[in-house]
Design a binder for this molecule. Structure first.
Ligand code: FPP
Length: 229
């Protein structure tokens, strides 16, 4: 099986999962966190080297304050509670997004996670927070302007993204059946293979990840050219 080196996930459907059970949406996010934990800790069994997840988009601030505050608290607490186990498992934590705009407690917890695990050699886990694909491209272009670039080539944008050393995602998984890109990894995802899973994120399992990787291994990637062979 050709394993995708980098898997990116849009963890959709937490809210619907909760609402269908008559529960507050935040309970769905809490279940989503449980799922995410299992996936991070098992992804390397499949040979995946990089795992990137969309935890909070730049557009998610438009949700009710209660949900936004709850999500920020959940993620900050998780970043504190899980650091030890992530470090023990040799996981390297990264973030992507306008992190300077998130609440200080969350920013500090994330920065500590990134710093503590920066020399780990296992799977690289990137948490996208206050992330937007367009914003990332705009931020890259502004960096280039500040550096005095007279003109911009594709490789200049690539090398000024939030994590230029991370390879582009091979496989993008979206849960809860929606067939949308939702402003995620717009630049890096140009040639990603897309697998949409019908289940909401709280029900996603390691087996679903394995199946998505199998589906990926059957695809012929052409990058705009012709299939080899
Ligand atoms: C999309 O589902 C999910 C989110 C906006 C939040 C994702 C966050 C988590 C899975 C928790 C992450 C926890 C940590 C520790 C990183 P939705 O609420 O838009 O679902 P809906 O479309 O059914 O309403």
């Amino acid at each position: 099986m050709t394993v995708p080196a980098h898997v990116a996930i849009i963890m959709d459907g937490n809210g619907r999962w909760a609402e269908e059970r008559g529960l507050p949406r935040l309970v769905g996010h809490r279940e989503g966190y449980r799922t995410l934990r299992q996936i991070i800790l098992s992804a390397d069994k499949l040979g995946i080297g990089y795992l990137t997840v969309y935890a909070f988009s730049a557009e998610n601030w438009r949700r009710p304050k209660e949900e936004v505050d709850g999500l920020m608290q959940l993620i900050a607490q998780a970043a504190i509670d899980e650091l030890r186990v992530m470090h023990q498992n040799n996981i390297r934590i990264r973030t992507a997004g306008r992190i300077h705009e998130v609440p200080e407690s969350l920013r500090e917890a994330l920065e500590r996670g990134v710093e503590t695990t920066k020399n780990n050699s296992g799977i690289t886990f990137t948490l996208c927070i206050n992330y937007g694909g367009r914003a990332e491209i705009v931020d890259a272009v502004n960096l280039l302007i500040a550096k005095g670039s007279p003109s911009i080539r594709e490789e200049d944008i690539s090398s000024n993204l939030y994590n230029p050393d991370i390879p582009e995602p091979d496989l993008l998984i979206r849960t809860a059946g929606e067939m949308r890109w939702s402003n995620f990894l717009l630049w890096q995802g140009a040639y990603s293979e897309l697998v949409v899973v019908q289940k909401p994120w709280p029900e996603f399992t390691f087996e679903d990840l394995r199946e998505a990787c199998e589906e990926y291994s059957k695809r012929t990637r052409k990058f705009g050219g012709l299939a080899e062979g």
